[in-house]
Design a protein. Structure first.
Length: 550
């Protein structure tokens, strides 16, 4: 039986399924970093950082209800709506912090030397022959490197001619022998592991070739379980005999946060619950200000300087630095009645992460939201104004936030600003919009065979960016419509000027493709797109006049 010819000989159909676009980050996950050793910093299962959905998950990992991380998590999960995610990160106080190459005080050991017909045979104290030296009369002082018991030693022959057998002295050679720049070595200490150093300098000539002259910690591999001890041996590398003195241990708060970012970049907000000085908070805030992906830092301070010497306080330092990504809370333990208030910023962080669902109408302001698990601060109105500023923002105070009580049983955070004075909800929503635009644009680039450098190609890119703006509007961050009050963007008839209406609440401008230079076309650079957005804003205060007629 003859088979019929396939239709593909006339009309061939090929199917292609576009890959799913990569979703952007959720912006509703927080990180609490502390020094409790409930999770490992390196090695083991889930090192450095773990995600939890409730307190029971933390308890199963061994966290106690007295651990700082647990106490802060209680406050965080205690907000309504309850946050869906929380990560706990580890600060390792047993990691290698500072060290030196061993050998500052040489250790001498007496060995034996036997005169032969042409050479002096040198043996270590156990009698094992380890090297030979050619002898002669009237030789000059000489140093020779030999191996003894897997260590490298220096043999000093002194100033006397070698004519017969005699005693010699072995002295430990600082820096081992035979190493090369780039070698990675692991510090050996009982009960410790994973501490790695990299050789960054060695002697390159003479009898001490390969002696280590410089070492540095391998980033992210400071190890765990170490103590400050001298003459720790190492394994690995191309040489032998290297020993190091560990002079100090323990990661700084900043190093711990950086390690958590390296381990998992999925969190948006973070706080630190270990021991931290003002300088540590400034260091973390400085890092977060420039960190990628975009993040925010929450801290609590109860220092007396906030009320007594505000210009030198931590909030004043952060305010002077104009940090947009640091949210401070002033809270005290109120005479010991509410000791958990030292983690008060966890409440603000829980409000932010719990309400940021990404759903339609989910835009929110941290101010005016109900707070649980912490107590309101008993401050005077003048003290609150000095810390938080005035409601019209003519006086910014310290741009710090306080959980304030109001008559009628109300209480909320005043005014939910960052150290620079900008409101938290603006930073959060701008970060989300920027991320949505970025991921939408990249998903377009990866979903098409090629994006032409034409007006049609630019229309495709403008389309996905416009969709991102529309999603921000559905959430409530961008106004449905309004007038542009910023600087003029663009030129000619396509320009958007101050006072122009934006019927959608947002607008996009890009110069024509014809404006590209030949060099830009050769480099496959598309015209830049400017996105104009009118934010919805959130009201904080108003005046109501009541007129009565008799």
């Amino acid at each position: 039986m003859n088979m019929p010819l396939p239709l593909s000989t006339v009309l061939n159909v090929e199917t292609f399924i576009s890959p799913a676009g990569v979703p952007g980050p959720s912006f509703n996950r927080a990180l609490i970093v502390g020094s409790s050793s409930r999770i490992p910093s390196v090695g083991g299962s889930g090192p450095r950082i773990r995600e939890y959905y409730n307190l029971e998950g933390m308890e199963s990992d061994g966290f106690m209800d007295t651990d700082p991380e647990y106490l802060a998590a209680e406050i965080y999960f205690g907000q309504s709506p309850t946050p869906a995610y929380l990560s706990i990160g580890r600060q390792d106080l047993t990691a290698i912090k500072t060290f030196n190459i061993s050998g500052g005080t040489p250790v001498a050991t007496t060995g034996s030397a036997t005169k032969g017909s042409t050479a002096l045979t040198v043996a270590d104290p156990t009698g094992i022959i380890v090297g030979q030296l050619v002898s002669g009369t009237g030789i000059a002082p000489l140093t020779f490197v030999i191996a003894v018991d897997s260590s490298v030693v220096t043999l000093s022959l002194g100033t006397t001619a070698i004519l017969s057998s005699g005693a010699v002295t072995f002295t430990a050679l600082i820096g081992g022998h035979g190493y090369m720049a780039g070698d990675i070595v692991t510090v050996v200490q009982s009960g410790a592991s994973f501490g790695q150093l990299q050789v960054t300098g060695t002697q390159t000539s003479g009898s001490t070739t390969g002696v280590v002259t410089a070492l540095e910690l391998v980033e992210g591999s400071q190890g765990t379980g170490y103590a400050a001890l001298n003459t720790n041996s190492v394994t690995g590398g191309t040489g032998t005999g290297l020993e190091v003195d560990i002079s100090a241990i323990g990661e700084t708060p900043l190093e711990a946060v950086q390690a958590c970012r390296a381990a998992d970049a999925g969190w948006y907000s973070c706080m630190f619950v270990g021991t931290a000085a003002d300088t540590d908070h400034v260091d973390i805030a400085t890092y977060i200000e420039a960190a990628y992906p975009a993040s925010t830092y929450f801290y609590t301070t109860g220092e007396a300087a906030v009320l007594n010497a505000p210009s030198t306080s931590l909030p004043a330092q952060l305010q002077a630095l104009k940090f947009n990504r640091t949210f401070g809370v002033y809270a005290t333990t109120q005479g010991g009645l509410y000791p958990n208030n030292i983690y008060a910023c966890a409440a603000a962080m829980g409000i932010a992460m719990g309400r940021n669902t990404g759903a339609a109408g989910s835009y929110f302001d941290v101010m005016f939201k109900p707070v649980s698990s912490i107590a309101a601060e008993p401050l005077t109105s003048s003290q609150i104004a000095a810390i938080c500023g005035s409601s019209d923002r003519s006086n910014p105070g310290l741009n710090c936030n306080v959980y304030c009580p109001f008559q009628g049983g109300y209480a909320w955070f005043m005014y939910a600003t960052m150290a620079s004075g900008i409101f938290f909800d603006i930073i959060l929503n701008v970060d989300m919009l920027a991320s949505d635009i970025q991921y939408s644009g990249v998903n377009l680039l990866t979903s098409v065979p090629a994006l032409p450098i034409t007006e049609g190609g630019m229309a495709m890119m403008r389309g996905v960016i416009s969709n991102a703006c529309q999603r921000a509007q559905v959430k409530g961050f961008i106004k449905p419509s309004g007038f542009w009050n910023g600087v003029t963007v663009g030129v000619g008839n396509a320009a958007i000027n101050n006072g122009d209406p934006l019927p959608k609440g947002y607008a996009l401008y890009a110069p024509p493709v014809s404006s590209l230079s030949s060099a830009q076309r050769a480099a496959r650079v598309l015209p830049s797109i400017v996105v104009l957005v009118i934010e919805s804003e959130s009201g904080h205060s108003l005046t109501v006049d009541v007129n009565l007629q008799a």
